[in-house]
Design a protein around this ligand. Structure first.
Ligand SMILES: [Fe+2]
Length: 274
């Protein structure tokens, strides 16, 4: 099956795009085997993170300088390959794309232990607590690098419909109250300040994960991503849950509002309009 061409309008409206064959190079051979042996470590113990602006890897169990350097190189190559492909495939975004973090996810999604708001197997839209979007969109690219097992996701309604139903409930609830206080603190400290839509999206993220009705009875479409496949979505609008699978690579990007095809669908705009 041939890969479809990414369309900005579809992505911005919250649709997920599945690419049966990875359109960029993924780790192969010894590098692939080496990557699958790496363990998450450090404070977060969730994913191994590569920051392309610092060219630095964190969150892994350190064994030697040689191991750390090889891991950095593999994730740097992945980051460069995804970034180049995105700029070629979505030329509209070229002037407004900012690479965020790349991650390697070695744990089995179905059995990963996490507190409720950190559980990725519950339907949610994305917002990053420490990295405010400030009006930009969040575009994420995923690759299944398991040698033989599928990755299973569910997606549900897009943000525009979720806001119609849940925006007032979120505002009236205490969901994610600490995000409000965190935002006030960062405003006082004048560091990495989130805007009101960032705070709302963090609260919506927490609200959706704790809403029994949405989790149990909300519409959902199941996706099975085979080894070697890639999928991408603007996960601030595409509600999703990571249900099952091990060994995935992921790269997040911010897309500036000036280059969007449908700026009226951006969370910041939808929230102002609502
Ligand atoms: Fe997510």
């Amino acid at each position: 099956m041939a890969n479809p061409t990414p369309q900005p309008e579809s992505l911005e409206s919250g649709e997920l795009l599945f690419l049966p064959q990875a359109p960029f190079a993924l780790p192969t051979g010894d590098d692939h085997a080496f990557l699958l042996e790496q363990q998450p470590g450090g404070l977060r113990r969730k994913h191994i993170c590569y920051d392309p602006t610092r060219d630095e890897v964190t969150g892994f169990v350190w064994q030697s300088w040689e191991q750390a350097e090889r891991l950095r190189r593999i994730l740097a190559e992945f980051s460069q390959a995804v970034t180049c492909w995105l700029k070629d495939s979505l030329p509209r975004y070229q002037r407004g794309i900012t690479p965020d973090l790349a991650t390697f996810r070695p744990e089995e999604a179905a059995t990963r232990r996490a507190r409720p708001h950190a559980r990725n197997d519950l339907l949610h839209v994305d917002a990053f607590p420490g990295r405010p979007a400030r009006g930009r969109r969040i575009l994420r690219v995923f690759a299944n690098i398991h040698p033989s097992e599928v990755r299973v996701w569910a997606t549900s309604e897009p943000l525009s419909r979720l806001l119609h139903r849940y925006a007032d409930r979120v505002r009236q609830s205490s969901a994610g109250w600490f995000h409000e206080w965190g935002a006030r603190l960062t405003r006082l400290l004048r560091v990495n300040r989130p805007c009101p839509s960032d705070v709302f999206m963090l609260r919506l993220h927490d609200y959706l994960k704790s809403d029994f009705d949405f989790q149990q009875r909300g519409s959902r479409r199941l996706w099975r991503f085979p080894p070697g496949s890639v999928w991408l979505a603007m996960t601030d609008a595409c509600s999703h849950a990571d249900l099952r699978g091990q060994f995935a690579l992921e790269h997040s990007f911010f897309i500036s509002p000036e280059v969007l095809a449908c700026p009226e669908l951006a969370p910041a705009h939808l929230l102002r309009a609502g």
